[in-house]
Design a protein around this ligand. Structure first.
Ligand SMILES: NC(=O)c1ccc[n+]([C@@H]2O[C@H](COP(=O)([O-])OP(=O)(O)OC[C@H]3O[C@@H](n4cnc5c(N)ncnc54)[C@H](OP(=O)(O)O)[C@@H]3O)[C@@H](O)[C@H]2O)c1
Length: 244
């Protein structure tokens, strides 16, 4: 008798639990891709702070970091619950997507020290090799900033983004309705480009995708589309792209 009762209980439990689990799986498959990724910012100075604040305003969870995170309190606290402060390692671990905005010379150290945390993630890379010395600057001069960075972060999905526009131009674009700032982007990973496009739009700008990193020299130092801070139509002309 006890055996039959246990069997009935088990059957009833399954009848209740399975539909609940199934509906949760279905809900996740529907809502999952549309959920906002968490963003970890490595280098929350002028550029990282500006773009990070725009993402918080757009409803993203953002962790801001520098090597002196205690100095970020006055900027981050007023942003509310979506914003947090961490060390660079914590931001690397926190972010589904990483925004890298440090001095260029820090790339060998960051790519080495946080490889475990960054592995497999989309990294939006805004860094420029200007005004420094050392082997990475020589590599960048020879191969270009984007290609060099992709080599250092070979274990991640690197997208060149925000590197060729000014932080104050991003700030201005993020709060105006029209004539949005065009932000050229490039990546060797086709699946990472839509992620970057969404985040460029969330920062109040317009993404202009140019394809893989071999073309990123067009918006690196010496290229026609660097530091122009212009509209999409003009940017497309500068990059030799067909009008939209
Ligand atoms: N500002 C712009 O308009 C602009 C435009 C396009 C591209 N960029 C590029 O963006 C990058 C940052 O420029 P920025 O103007 O924002 O400079 P910034 O204001 O000096 O900010 C750099 C940030 O990187 C952090 N940092 C430095 N070394 C680090 C390390 N080893 N690990 C972790 N964090 C580190 C610094 O904080 P701690 O020293 O406290 O760690 C600081 O918060 C540069 O590569 C620049 O070429 C800037």
């Amino acid at each position: 008798m006890r055996y039959i009762l246990n069997a009935v209980k088990t059957f009833m439990l399954c009848a209740i639990i399975f539909p609940v689990l199934l509906s949760q799986c279905y809900a996740q498959s529907v809502t999952g891709p549309s959920e906002k990724p968490r963003i970890g910012i490595i280098g929350a100075g002028w550029m990282g702070g500006t773009v990070g604040r725009a993402w918080v305003r757009a409803g993203y969870h953002v962790m801001f970091s520098t090597r002196h995170p205690q100095e970020l309190e006055s900027m981050v606290k007023p942003l509310g619950k979506l914003a947090s402060i961490g060390t660079p390692r914590e931001a690397a671990a926190y972010g589904d997507v990483i925004f890298l905005a440090t001095p260029y010379g820090a790339i060998p150290q960051i790519s080495h020290d946080y490889a475990k945390e960054l592995s497999g993630k989309v990294i939006l890379d805004a860094t420029n090799a200007s005004g420094g010395h050392g082997s990475i600057f020589d590599e960048a001069e020879k191969d270009g900033d984007a290609v060099t960075n992709a080599r250092y972060f070979h274990y991640a999905k690197l997208v060149r983004a925000f590197s060729s526009v000014w932080a104050n131009a991003i700030e201005a674009s993020s709060v105006r309705a029209n004539d949005k700032l065009a932000v050229p982007i490039a990546s060797n990973d086709p699946a990472a480009l839509p992620v970057a496009e969404t985040l460029v739009k969330a920062a109040g700008c317009v993404p202009v995708s140019i394809g893989d990193l071999s073309k990123a020299y067009l918006f690196e130092l010496g290229g026609p589309a660097v530091s122009i801070n212009t509209t999409e139509a003009h940017m497309r002309t500068l990059l030799g792209l067909a009008p939209q």
